[in-house]
Design a protein around this ligand. Structure first.
Ligand SMILES: [Zn+2]
Length: 448
């Protein structure tokens, strides 16, 4: 890539980890990213369409204001400790209707006492992971019109950012029926994974994937089920080999979200059903646990001559040397990384992780060196889906000693299947960070 002036033309520009419906819904959801102090709760721009039934629903408060401004009152009391509860601060501003506010990483929810009462939930008002998912499921579901509109606005969003191919990590029955009806009209090729936030829903999602895979579709491919093995670094629920530096009695310490024996069975059941399996793993202990399980299943299947499908590791933000060694033995284990997380996380990573863990962060170069299959994505709506943002992250991360990849960065944003991408291309001006043209299935849909 000597002459950087020339526009790049690439087939199958790919975001390998997104939540399509979540991206579309976010555009219509109460935005909580303005919250810096409790008093900002007064300035939220609340509209009738932000309610789900009688519950005010919002998205995007920053986990890392935890124990800092957002939960500290004017007398410097920290909410959630001693006599203060998380719901107290919300109750001061919201006392007429229940409130359910999801954090920007999607792993936590902040509820007022009316919401806790409504959902019969005994808690200080801060829910994480499985419990958060369980309660969120009780909210009034979105209407078919809302879902259809969200799919349309999300695909317009991805197209304008240059993407023709995405890997969608969430799906439920209503969303799936809307998506099916739109198949021939889509302007995105979608690899569909059935994400389950609660591991108890795995077998239902597996059954659903088996049925969904039988559909004869043009723009959608059903891949399999995705589960969560750990939480997030932001909320100290990612599974680490070390202790969190900023851990206190507020956090209970990270635990696997699925027992190892259950996860092993999920992997086996996916593969014997001819489906791939995907697992959310952020911490170094999480990826190592899952890789050990995968190794034993692969060896067992090889012996019994049972076909082996793919295992996708989502995020893999921290990887230990042991994990890299296991990975190097298997070509069917694929990693999906989001460089843009570095740009958001760099402000607090060093407060949480011991020095010796920093060198295990974002190991795209080591994965490249050992010729591992991996792709880049955004985790939209958690982060903006942007090719240029990921490029910036790769460069900025070098300041932390995180080695950059050797290949051109767009390589890891390109779908590998020539057949699946042959009639779709994107022309981009790398120097000016502009998308010049997007062509999908032979038709130019964006020209700038
Ligand atoms: Zn995700």
């Amino acid at each position: 890539m000597k002459n950087k002036q020339l526009p790049l033309c690439v087939n199958g520009i790919y975001d390998s980890h997104i939540h399509l419906l979540g991206t579309g819904l976010k555009l219509k959801t109460l935005d909580l990213s303005i919250l810096k102090f409790p008093k900002d709760l007064l300035n939220l721009n609340i509209k009738q369409h932000h309610f789900r039934g009688d519950v005010l629903f919002g998205f995007g408060w920053d986990n890392n204001l935890f124990k800092k401004n957002l939960w500290k009152d004017s007398k410097n009391n920290i909410w959630g400790q001693d006599k203060f509860s998380y719901f107290d601060v919300l109750d001061k501003y919201f006392f007429k209707h229940p409130v359910f506010f999801v954090s920007s990483d999607g792993h936590s929810a902040w509820l007022n006492s009316l919401a806790l009462k409504k959902f019969a939930c005994k808690s200080s008002g801060l829910l994480h992971d499985n419990l958060k998912a369980k309660i969120q499921n009780k909210l009034k579901s979105y209407s078919i019109v809302q879902i259809n509109n969200s799919i349309k606005s999300a695909q317009a969003y991805f197209n304008s950012a240059g993407f023709t191919h995405v890997r969608d990590m969430s799906c439920d029955k209503d969303y799936w029926s809307c998506l099916l009806n739109m198949d021939s009209l889509l302007s995105l090729k979608i690899e569909q994974n059935m994400g389950v936030e609660n591991p108890n829903d795995f077998y239902e999602a597996l059954k659903f994937s088996i049925i969904a895979k039988k559909e004869n579709l043009i723009n959608i491919k059903v891949c399999g089920v995705k589960v969560y093995y750990d939480g997030s670094l932001g909320s100290n629920t990612a599974l680490l080999n070390s202790k969190y530096l900023n851990d206190s009695n507020i956090t209970l310490g990270a635990k696997p979200l699925i027992p190892a024996s259950d996860l092993k069975e999920m992997l086996k059941q996916s593969w014997v059903s001819n489906l791939d399996f995907s697992v959310h793993v952020i911490g170094d202990k999480a990826s190592y646990d899952v890789l050990k399980i995968a190794e034993s299943v692969i060896e067992e299947f090889k012996q019994k001559k049972i076909p082996i499908k793919n295992l996708n590791l989502e995020h893999v933000q921290l990887l230990s040397q042991n994990s890299l060694e296991i990975l190097s033995k298997y070509k069917n284990i694929i990693c999906h990384l989001q460089p843009c997380h570095f740009l958001s996380d760099k402000y607090w990573l060093k407060d949480k992780l011991p020095k010796e863990s920093i060198k295990d962060l974002f190991l795209w170069k080591k994965l490249e060196d050992q010729k591992q299959l991996f792709y880049f994505g955004s985790d939209s709506p958690v982060e903006e889906s942007s090719l240029f943002l990921n490029k910036k992250a790769l460069t900025e991360a070098e300041k932390w000693g995180i080695a950059n990849i050797n290949k051109h960065w767009i390589y890891y944003h390109t779908h590998p299947d020539k057949e699946w991408t042959k009639n779709s291309h994107t022309i981009l001006d790398e120097q000016n960070q502009k998308i010049l043209e997007v062509c999908f299935n032979g038709k130019v849909i964006i020209k700038n």
